[in-house]
Design a protein around this ligand. Structure first.
Ligand SMILES: N[C@@H](CCC(=O)N[C@@H](CS)C(=O)NCC(=O)O)C(=O)O
Length: 296
């Protein structure tokens, strides 16, 4: 096990992006039909942000919304005061949407009639779309809660248990990615490169040679990235290794649309210290984990 950091330095969460993410925010300062309400450290926001980038949908980026202070303009777009939220400025009164998974569905549908890009397999292949959604379901109901349980675990015993559960959750995702590949790609009778590419659409960069991020990459990516940075530092966690897994993470983390939404590592280390030491009143997510309830 790698060395872990064991004392709370009392660092506060950041309120402005750094690095590549800051450059992306600056490139999206002008008014657009859609405003994205986000916070620099938030993985639920990062999902939506990556999807905007991949799908090529214009947006104005408000990256400095503090969801813990719950300003009025955030509550107007997101009733619980959680980021991400979207505001549709062309309506009067303005319309809005919240919930990262719902927003992803919305952006996918919007792109279908505007930019014509997609992060799902084509609608003509309903089974492939369902398999990809199964991956996302696993991310949301198993991987994401396991991440927070592990990070917030304070006793040695709970940390060991949390580490095992998080590994099992990762393995579960890999099993689903392998299943998608086995069932959907390369099953005899492919007539050429064009057909092979069509079959791989929306399955994401798990597939070697695939350049486009897919649904599961975008759903899981923000927590995989935080696992690499934050869990390694605070829990001595080691990412599983293997040619396929390493290759997948490299393609994902190095993808221009993913990188464009990443701040420098220190921002995440500072912002997640409060989770790692399970400080009281850290967030609604942290409280739900401590009370054994479903995430907000
Ligand atoms: N289910 C929501 C969760 C969003 C969420 O928990 N966002 C956090 C930031 S990472 C937040 O706004 N927390 C504010 C709080 O805890 O009061 C989604 O998927 O969009």
């Amino acid at each position: 096990m790698a060395q872990k950091t064991t004392s709370d330095a009392g660092r506060a969460y950041h309120t402005q992006c750094t690095g590549d993410a800051l450059a992306t925010v600056k490139a999206h300062e002008k008014d657009e039909d859609i405003t994205l309400f986000g916070s620099c450290f938030c993985p639920f926001v990062q999902r939506v942000w990556v999807a905007f980038e991949v799908l090529g949908i214009p947006y104005k980026d408000l990256d400095e919304v503090d969801p813990y202070k719950k300003p009025k303009e955030l509550l107007e777009v997101s009733p619980k005061g959680l980021v991400p939220g979207l505001r549709f400025n062309r309506y009067d009164p303005a319309r809005s949407l919240n919930e990262s998974t719902v927003i992803l569905d919305f952006l996918e549908d919007l792109a279908a009639t505007t930019t014509k890009r997609s992060i799902l397999p084509p609608i003509t292949n309903p089974y492939a779309r369902a398999i990809v959604r199964l991956q996302a379901d696993h991310v949301n109901r198993t991987l994401v809660p396991a991440f927070y349980r592990y990070l917030q675990a304070q006793t040695e015993e709970k940390q060991v248990e949390g580490g095992i559960d998080f590994h099992v959750a990762l393995e579960g995702l890999v099993t689903l990615l392998e299943r998608a590949e086995r069932e959907l790609v390369g099953q005899g009778g492919i007539s050429g490169q064009g057909e092979a590419e069509l079959l791989q659409k929306g399955l994401g960069v798990w597939i070697p040679g695939q350049k486009d991020l897919g649904w599961a990459d975008i759903m899981a990516g923000p927590w995989l990235f935080r696992a690499k940075v934050v869990l390694t530092h605070y829990r001595g966690f080691q990412m599983p290794h293997g040619e396929r897994f390493d290759g997948w993470l490299e393609r994902l983390f190095e993808h221009p649309s993913f990188k464009a939404t990443c701040s420098t590592e220190q921002l995440y280390l500072d912002s997640y210290e409060r989770y790692a030491f399970n400080r009281p009143n850290t967030s609604m997510v942290a409280t739900a984990i401590n009370e054994g309830r479903a995430l907000p």
